[in-house]
Design a protein around this ligand. Structure first.
Ligand code: 6PG
Length: 241
């Protein structure tokens, strides 16, 4: 489906644009529906955006009406260096006035199956199983084409009602047991925003944005992009040419 691509000079400008997107999406969602549901991503590019958001003047976002979710989590304790919850807490959540009950972390310390089942039930309770999900979903792009913790087409359940799954990442990853929200949920977000910076993403970004083979089309980020209108905030280093 059609994608909107914003090319920025470098990673700092990607973070600035991601911050601005959060502010405008939150204001729009709160004005329209009284609440803003935002799914966070792990990774260094989103982390820089969270740090920028934490520096916003008080009142830029009505945090009492913001609900934060996670697109994926690594199965480690929540204070572990590899925890996406810990990263988001340190960069942003502990530095803004969001009510603690509005932060829905994935309880990965319970193990991938139990944590996925409980996040699946929580998502279903709040959003239902077939309606728009988050107002905004942040996603990163791995140099291998993964996004959230979806690493291959086996991580794409055919059951459209499945909202979160346990996943085993490839051997190269230091934390292999993970939980990911499914592509069904991510693609139903009102805004799906990929944040991508760095020359190491260049090859993958061009394959995902213009897939030319079946292998390209099966890349997780390409499969999500094919099923929704996605927005890409990328830096020049990540762009070919
Ligand atoms: C994770 C992510 C993952 C990440 C990409 C890009 O938990 O690891 O959610 O999908 O966003 O790997 O990460 P970088 O921005 O660090 O390259």
């Amino acid at each position: 489906m059609s994608d909107r691509i914003d090319i920025k000079p470098g990673a700092p400008e990607v973070a600035d644009a991601a911050r601005d997107l959060v502010v405008s999406s939150a204001r729009h969602a709160i004005a329209t529906r009284g609440v803003f549901h935002w799914a966070l991503s792990g990774g260094s590019t989103p982390r820089a955006a969270y740090a920028r958001i934490a520096e916003l003047p008080p009142g830029a976002i009505d945090w009492a009406r913001v609900h934060v979710w996670f697109g994926d989590e690594r199965c480690v304790p929540s204070d572990h260096a590899e925890s996406n919850f810990r990263m988001a807490s340190e960069a942003m959540l502990s530095r803004v006035p969001i009510p603690p009950d509005n932060v829905r972390r994935i309880e990965c310390e319970r193990g991938p199956v139990a944590a996925a089942n409980s996040y699946d039930a929580l998502l279903a309770e709040v959003f239902g199983r077939d309606v728009p999900s988050f107002d905004l979903a942040f996603l990163g792009l791995g140099a291998d084409g993964h996004t959230a913790s979806l690493f291959g087409d086996s991580d794409f359940p055919t059951d459209a009602e499945r909202l979160a799954i346990g996943v085993t990442a490839p051997p190269a990853y230091s934390v292999r047991e993970r939980v990911s929200v499914t592509h069904h949920v991510l693609a139903r977000a009102r805004v799906v925003a990929f944040l991508v910076a760095g020359a190491e993403k260049r090859d993958m970004l061009s394959r995902v944005l213009a897939p030319s083979t079946d292998e390209d089309r099966r890349l997780p980020a390409a499969m999500i992009a094919a099923s929704c209108h996605s927005r890409w905030i990328v830096d020049r280093n990540a762009c070919a040419g």
